[in-house]
Ligand binder design. Sequence first.
Ligand code: F0G
Length: 459
Amino acid sequence: MTQYPAEPFRIKMVEPIRLISPAERMIAMQRAGYNLFALKADEVFVDLLTDSGTGAMSQAQWAAIMEGDESYAGARSYFHLSETMKSIFGFEYFVPTHQGRAAENILTAILVKPGSLIPSNTHFDTTEGNIRARGGRPVNLAIDEAHDPTSHHPFKGNMDLDKLTAFIESTGAEKIPFGTIVITNNASGGQPVSLANIRAVSEIYHRYKIPFFIDCCRYAENAYFIKQREQGYANKSTHEIAREIFALADGAFMSAKKDAIVNIGGFLATRDPELHQTICNELIMREGFVTYGGLAGRDLDAMAVGLWEGLDEAYLAYRLGQTAYLANRLLEAGIPIVEPPGGHAVYLDAARLLPHIPQAEFPGQALAAALYLEGAVRGVEIGSVMFAYPDPDSGKMIHPHLELVRLAIPRRVYTQSHLDYVADSMVRVAEKRQTIRGYRITYAPRLMRHFTARFEPIP
Ligand code: F0G
């Protein structure tokens, strides 16, 4: 059996968790309208809903928190973060934001107009939501291998360069206020993007004078994949690789709740002084003054320390090893997943596991619900609940390529026994897959419906 490097830390504080009974789980699910977001966290045993803000902070981060400076303007904490930002990302300007989507909100409020088009490999849902909310259209141009869960392409997060060029040529660069790429590509399996691809994407955007922003919440995991898989990078540090990545971009937005291993935080960075000035004005209106941006001073200090810890290679070897371990346990049991495993999560392939449930009946939702009922394990649907939308021209429902359930692994939180428990629960679900039924939606809001939709099982 595959093993992974032992945790490069030991545990100094514990948080009790409790496994409630199958009958209690059924009552909880009915109350929640079968939406796992509506469960109480105490009703969950192993919570793999997200790796966002759910990591365990280190003693150095907690110590930094005690030194947080809560001055409204010009706090020490801001300057600590600023130094780290310069060293890792190298952008001239940045503002802290309370999380990633706050940065997206500010960027789209400034740059997206009705009719704007924003290309990416695969936008995350909040980025899509922010673009649509301003009347723009998100456009996904990942390579074809991204849609094939069995392809072992080493950089399945890559953007399709021909599609990107053809897209810009056909629509005209003036409709594209900025272009982006997500590293790693969360919505298509947490797959990495190669440095060669980032470089080529940067060249294409710049050829057409389109500003290039990187959505970089899992950039450190992406950098470690580059070190492992891309020729010429084995002897470079993840820090050097990060420097090389961000030197290619005009800006970046980050949810620090991932690779900065904090419970809250984010940033929006740019090289453009005029854009930065507009960002500052928006920030003050929506988030807070420019040296704290919606966070407490202590949060900025925790982020400054966590950004370095997220780049640590002993940590990353353990981290990606843990994800691969869970993936291998599932593969050994014949459970279809997106291969090879990505950085932060294992993605169950609900379409292949439950071929009797059509996309309109949400196979991913059905699988996520079944796994919770089986083992009180919470994952998240990444399929038609999250991404299907009516085509603005024809009104016809457009379904995503994949129907997945993501099991995201919080950083430094669960042990191998927890992962074995998850795998064992999933094996039991797979054994009874013929009995699993689809769902219909009984309530959904217009945008980002997966958070608050309610469902009922189809008899
Ligand atoms: N971009 C990507 C690629 C993300 O994965 C997320 C969040 C965001 C932006 C938004 O950041 O949550 O801080 O506002 N992803 C979380 C997840 C929620 O579960 O994957 P945020």
